[in-house]
Write a new protein. Structure first.
Length: 637
């Protein structure tokens, strides 16, 4: 609206005589039957409830937006400006007015009047960012500004100059002065909106002889109040905008209150209501609009479930930012379409199928049926570690049985087998099913290869206790053989029997005695390569006759001694070291006969010189024969 500079002396005189009131004007409280003092043209003049320019703002951004959008569409011109949306535009008005103490509804409504709700069309062009016709008169376009904020600031500062007698200098403003006409205003000459019209302003300019004011058109200030501010006040304060984002596609404040009665306490505050929806309602899956149901949207689009999982907020934002524009449906789908295979960005389709999984496991179906996201989450977080089969195409036990290299890498970490098949195995052509027995069982433990004395299949078949305890776990079975089985003399392979090996080789018995594990290790490290036999010998060969450096072969033979004395055979049979030790430490003193060629009693009775020397010390007779008697040719039986 252009400022008009016309004399209306008669009107000014009337205004001077009747309008001297300085009360605050809350628009909502305007008298329904005001005292009409007189008319100037078509403008009615009132004696009360004048609207102050300065003071507390009684509107909010939501109400301003609702009012504007009922009248016009926000110009695309501003898309690249500092106010790309109507929300940003209104926010700037509120911020700039708050900075200078000007009521935002006054400045905003004046701008709507001057620009025709930002349609322009007069001397001032939209590119000038001049929202109140500053400097525009009769064909002169007026001032131009660099941005929305600068244009709004100039208007607000100009209003303050009219309304605040204390804003005498530019330094009195709270923001740097951008109003080029600030210095020309008589400060405080129009504290009320109604007085912005020169015809209605009772303060007369002695120079011109007419009222001070913003514009010369009749009823200018009253029009701002009655045609704009009053109407603004009738619009809802509820808003679909929050922090610069318009949630109208998924949020309707009236609907939100209706379907969420627990939020009734927020019903009087539109900002709090939408804040609840944005910060809590979406995360909770609350319905904000009849046009969008988050469960329906989830059900309908498996690509979104694969991407967002149970992050409900993401579905709302997707529809808001993309889905609606893509033509996706926001309602009407009550059953799952397709099934999720992606969890935390990983696609498990190579080892998982929703229908297969719930058909295989009743506990899963009962717990999660109808929720493919939670079902997949169970498979990933629990099922794989438990070895559950998620697809007809992959069985973890078969995969583990088939590939020894994987077992050696993963051991009993079942989940690792699933992940290997997904990430590498399937592409390598490895089979995911069809193998029921262990292939290429492990024989290496702590860097040692036990294959010369150990075979997984043989060991588990030979010993049921091992199969029951560790069957299927080749690492545990081999560990048992190495750490216990060898020391216990268990046979780990058809190719090696420790008792046979021990029977066969006296040199080993003399070196290892009863340390059974040492025989296995000898065969692994030396014996096999030396050509020694690991099986086939059921009796002791080359039984030991030397004990503590003394050779007792003249009086002792293992086979004779064990056959002659059943108690010895029962106690030590098969252990020629122990049998010889018994003979030396006990048997001789007891007079036991150790071989066919020596009888201690015959030897004693035959030789009086020995009787005189040894008396009844039987062991001395054995030792004499070993050390002297046999060499002297004495008879010993």
């Amino acid at each position: 609206m252009k400022k008009q500079r016309k004399w209306m002396q008669a009107a000014a005189g009337v205004v001077m005589s009747v309008l001297m009131l300085v009360s605050a004007f809350p628009v909502q409280a305007q008298s329904s039957t005001p005292d009409i003092l007189g008319d100037i043209g078509s403008v009615k003049l009132y004696s009360d409830n004048l609207s102050p320019i300065m003071g507390t703002t009684t509107t909010d951004i939501g109400q301003m937006i609702n009012y504007y959008e009922a009248k016009a569409t926000y110009p695309a011109f501003y898309a690249s400006s500092d106010a790309p949306t109507i929300y940003d535009f209104c926010r700037i008005y509120v911020e700039e007015c708050e900075a200078e103490g000007v009521r935002a509804e006054v400045a905003f409504c004046q701008a709507m009047k001057e620009t025709g709700f930002l349609r322009y069309g007069g001397d001032v062009q939209i590119s000038q960012y001049n929202f109140a016709g500053l400097g525009a008169t009769g064909g002169v376009p007026g001032n131009s500004f660099s941005s929305v904020r600068e244009g709004v600031r100039a208007q607000v500062q100009h209003l303050r100059a009219y309304a605040d007698k204390d804003a005498k200098e530019e330094e009195d403003l709270n923001n740097p002065c951008v109003d080029p006409r600030f210095i020309y205003v008589t400060k405080g000459c129009a504290p009320y909106v109604e007085w912005l019209g020169q015809n209605e302003n009772p303060n007369i300019n002695p120079t011109t002889g007419r009222g001070y004011g913003w514009a010369t058109s009749p009823g200018y200030g009253y029009s701002i109040v009655n045609d704009y501010m009053v109407k603004l006040s009738t619009y809802s304060t509820y808003t679909t905008w929050y922090n610069g984002v318009n949630y109208a596609a998924i949020y309707n404040p009236t609907y939100y209150l209706k379907v969420n009665p627990d939020l009734a306490s927020l019903g009087g505050d539109g900002d709090q209501l939408i804040a609840h929806f944005v910060n809590h309602g979406m995360n909770e899956g609350r319905s904000g609009s009849s046009e969008f149901d988050v469960r329906s949207y989830m059900n309908q689009y498996v690509d979104l479930r694969n991407g967002f999982g149970n992050n409900l907020r993401s579905y709302y934002l997707h529809y808001l930012n993309y889905g609606k524009a893509e033509g996706r449906k926001g309602t009407g789908c009550n059953t799952l379409q397709g099934y999720v295979t992606v969890y935390n960005g990983v696609d498990y389709s190579a080892v998982y199928n929703y229908n297969y999984y719930i058909s295989m496991y009743g506990d899963i179906a009962r717990a999660y049926a109808g929720d493919d996201i939670k079902t997949l989450a169970h498979f990933v977080n629990n099922g794989m570690s438990e070895g559950r089969q998620g697809s007809a195409e992959f069985n973890v036990n078969s995969y583990r049985n088939q590939y020894g290299d994987l077992r050696r890498g993963f051991g009993n970490n079942l989940k690792a087998y699933y992940l290997h098949y997904m990430n590498s195995g399937k592409a390598e052509g490895r089979k995911g099913t069809g193998c029921n027995s262990l292939q290429g069982a492990l024989t290496v433990y702590n860097g040692v290869d036990y294959s010369a004395v150990y075979n997984y299949d043989y060991y588990t078949k030979a010993y049921g206790d091992i199969a029951n305890a560790y069957g299927g776990d080749e690492v545990a079975v081999l560990a048992h053989f190495v750490n216990h089985g060898m020391s216990e003399g268990r046979q780990g392979s058809a190719e090696f029997n420790v008792n046979s090996y021990r029977n066969q080789y006296g040199d080993l018995r003399r070196g290892f005695g009863n340390n059974l594990k040492a025989y296995y290790l000898h065969y692994i490290n030396s014996g096999k390569s030396e050509g020694r036999k690991g099986t086939g010998c059921n009796s002791l060969q080359g039984a030991l006759t030397v004990y503590n450096g003394v050779d007792y072969s003249a009086v002792y033979a293992y086979d004779y001694y064990t056959k002659a004395y059943g108690d010895i055979a029962s106690a030590y049979g098969g252990d020629d070291v122990a049998v010889l030790a018994h003979f030396v430490n006990h048997g001789m003193s007891e007079g036991r006969q150790g071989n066919e060629g020596f009888n201690v009693y015959a030897y004693k009775n035959r030789y009086a010189d020995l009787q005189n020397a040894f008396g009844d010390n039987l062991k001395e007779y054995y030792m004499h024969y070993v050390n002297h008697g046999k060499a002297e040719g004495r008879e010993a039986k």
